[in-house]
Design a protein around this ligand. Structure first.
Ligand code: SF4
Ligand code: SF4
Length: 410
């Protein structure tokens, strides 16, 4: 994309590079730095993301949240567009934290520290108050940020029972909060039926009423099962923040599928795209606080911000989503985990297909392969009994799919 095209969209890449290089404190006040040599026309006002209350935290966060793995040239533009919440911010150190963020007053942006189980992965690792406490303390010291706005328990509890009885995370949070190193408590919750645990929506529903947790993050994409939609609405009623993740199911693979792209030539899809429609669909749910949307480059961010700002779905957006849903049928996993409890081999089907999403929808093949390698049982453990398949709302031939994914990632 050249600058001419970007100008047509109201922004230029150079504009953002300049903002990135000089810091965004001025930009946040609406005064954009413009070099004398190429100025006479002031840059148009950038599109701004809407903000929503993140449940009981009381924070007003951008409807699209940023992530520490976004590329260095996207982050200044994101700040300029109003992104003020940064997922996995603990990965930044004093040296690597982007100037575009740290040049603002500290209260202008919100940083999240993500705390994993220790001594294993999300299924085999355990909760350890002291290690969680030390992890955050070290991250604060390493980053120089002073404090993290949100302590996020990553991957979450295995079951409601564990949430009731194991208070290690909450105790670590309480200690850190007393020391002023964190302010709020949230959870990123996965499903654990494959290890005889509970579904994310049951665990989150419990936490809304029985704990100091103030917000949650979980999988949510178009075509999800009703329980996810219900828990999002319940959260809104209870002033519990919700961030949707793994939102763009099938969008990446549709973008590289020639047949799908040819279908998009029909005028009824004009003016929208599966990605734009998905963003608008997410944003049109008033019960949802925000969404994590994988963003690789300037163009994607620009389109996502524009869609989030418009938010209302048109006929063309609805048609795009219908087309995407048809394309996904039998192919793209919704990560609903309804199949996993039926597997006599305890294969983590939904995790395996999540890694496929990384490879095909985010174009992150190395990450997908690295994650696939960590599985105790990979796709080759499937005995082709077929017990899981009736449970799949996406009509995926799981036996064939596991073979395909193994060929891709194994
Ligand atoms: S077909 Fe494979 S994945 Fe499905 S239940 Fe049987 S062993 Fe498990
Ligand atoms: S394979 Fe089907 S049932 Fe299993 S997680 Fe994916 S969409 Fe859900």
């Amino acid at each position: 994309m050249n600058d001419k095209h970007l100008e047509n969209k109201g922004l230029t890449r150079r504009h953002f590079l300049k903002v990135g290089a000089t810091g965004v404190a001025l930009a946040g006040l609406g005064a954009l730095p413009v070099a004398a040599a190429d100025a006479p026309t002031p840059a148009p006002a950038p599109l701004k993301l809407p903000r929503r209350r993140y449940g009981r935290t009381g924070m007003e966060i951008s409807a699209i949240v940023g992530a520490s793995d976004w590329s260095a040239d996207v982050i200044p533009m994101a700040v300029e567009s109003g992104v003020n919440y940064w997922h996995k911010a603990h990965r930044w150190t004093t040296e690597t934290m982007p100037d575009a963020i740290k040049s603002q007053p500290r209260e202008a942006y919100h940083l999240e520290v993500v705390v994993d189980r220790v001594g294993g992965d999300n299924k085999t690792g355990h909760i350890d108050e002291e290690q969680h406490y030390q992890f955050v303390k070290k991250a604060v010291a390493r980053s120089g940020v002073g404090y993290y706005d949100v302590f996020k328990f990553h991957f979450g509890y295995h079951s409601v029972e564990e949430a009731k009885t194991n208070l290690g995370v909450i105790r670590a949070y309480d200690r850190l909060k007393k020391e002023g190193l964190v302010k709020h408590l949230a959870i990123s919750q996965h499903h654990y039926k494959d290890i005889n645990g509970d579904m994310a929506f049951d665990i989150v529903a419990y936490l809304m009423d029985h704990s100091p947790f103030e917000a949650a993050q979980f999988f949510h994409t178009y075509g999800d099962n009703q329980e996810i939609t219900d828990v999002i609405h319940l959260a809104k009623e209870k002033d519990f923040g919700v961030i949707a993740m793994k939102t763009m199911g099938g969008v990446g693979r549709a973008a590289t599928d020639k047949k799908f792209q040819a279908l998009l030539a029909d005028p009824k899809y004009a003016g929208s795209s599966p990605a734009t429609a998905m963003v608008k669909w997410l944003m049109s749910n008033p019960s949802l606080t925000a969404a994590v949307i994988a963003t690789k480059n300037f163009d994607q961010l620009q389109e996502n911000v524009k869609a989030a700002q418009e938010s209302t779905m048109g006929y063309n957006d609805r048609e795009n989503l219908k087309l995407l849903a048809g394309f996904n049928k039998g192919m793209t996993c919704l990560l609903c985990a309804q199949c996993v409890s039926h597997c006599p081999e305890h294969i983590a089907i939904a995790d395996i297909l999540r890694y496929e999403r990384y490879a095909l929808d985010y174009q992150e093949l190395s990450r997908a392969r690295a994650e696939y390698k960590t599985l105790t049982k990979d796709g080759t453990a499937c005995i082709a009994c077929g017990d899981c398949m009736p449970a799949c709302r996406a009509d995926i031939n799981i036996i064939a799919k596991l073979k395909e994914v193994h060929n891709l990632l194994g």
